[in-house]
Design a protein around this ligand. Sequence first.
Ligand code: F6R
Ligand code: MG
Ligand code: MG
Length: 367
Amino acid sequence: MRITLSVIKADVGSIDGHLKPSAELVKAVKEHIQQKGKELIIDFYLTTTGDDVALLLTHTQGKDSEKIHKLAWDAFLAGTKVARKQGLYGAGQDLLADSFSGNVKGLGPAVAELEFEERENEPFLLFAADKTDPGAYNLPLYLGFADPMYNSGLILSPKMSKGFKFTVIDVNCTTADRVIELNVPEDLYDLASLLRDNERYVIESISSRNTGEPAAAASTCRLRNIAGKYVGKDDPVMLIRVQGEFPAAGEVLAPYSIGHYVAGFMRGSHTGPLMPVTSRSATSFFDGPPLVSCLGFCVREGRLTEPVDCFDHPFWDYVREKVSRKSLELREQGFSGPAMLPYAELEYGGIVEKMKMLEPRFRLRKK
Ligand code: F6R
Ligand code: MG
Ligand code: MG
């Protein structure tokens, strides 16, 4: 059976600033999907990560379906209504347009979709990150799909012998989708050259070169480019098919043991290590640290199994301790150097005003 997996996520309000949506908000979003999605979707699952609500929908409408996107948009509107009623912070924050028009892309919510003919058994992973941006997935995707140090299947499995095709998007280009396709292993160094710059070049999708099948899709929107000002970080979602011609679930998960430094954290303006957490975790320390959750499912004729919470395992407690340590080490230097993002990436405009104000106070002194 040919199905589409759509994950659509938004922050439409949370308790205590940007920490976690309320139970009542989550209930309203869920009930909307249950009631209005009956005829349209086959199955769904709702999860939260930090202050974001992610909806996983299975259906046969294909990618970019207006009906599916509108269902999610309206569900987030229902959540916003509750957020307003409860006085939650940032009510409706990610719904940047006044009304829905055709597709949630460019309207605020993040979306990632995969359409494929189901294999006999179809395992996949759903990732959701908070207090960071889409570039956060660059390194783990590179290591999980292109590096035999993490993906042993590249050496051991004939099903991955030809490697993978990466589609990378230049998120700074707002007039059109500026994309490049790179085949690994041949283009490995070129891919690494682009992925060095997580704030500009972001992996949008990956497919198998052995079968041509889609393997991964990640959301790549930049809210700042849509709204023209700071409205929160982009908190990306991602879907990855695993096993067989794709990396094993554990190979995709392995790079998250690094706790690599990403952009985000407090006010979307700092550097912090990405902490793998259980689903429905809140953010805490310094509005972070940047979080990533992962749920594993199998799907059959569009019906989902219950999820496995992939980072809910004693191994990841050890990683979380390491990441906490890395967080503290960088946080000790506050605003200085690499602890705070470079000027162009700061998400608040205040500093621009401050620099303008200081300008006339500079004077030139003779050498
Ligand atoms: C990060 C984030 C938070 C807020 C911070 C201040 O993406 O959303 O760290 O930036 O809590 O929020 P405001 O400016 O809304 O008071
Ligand atoms: Mg938020
Ligand atoms: Mg968020």
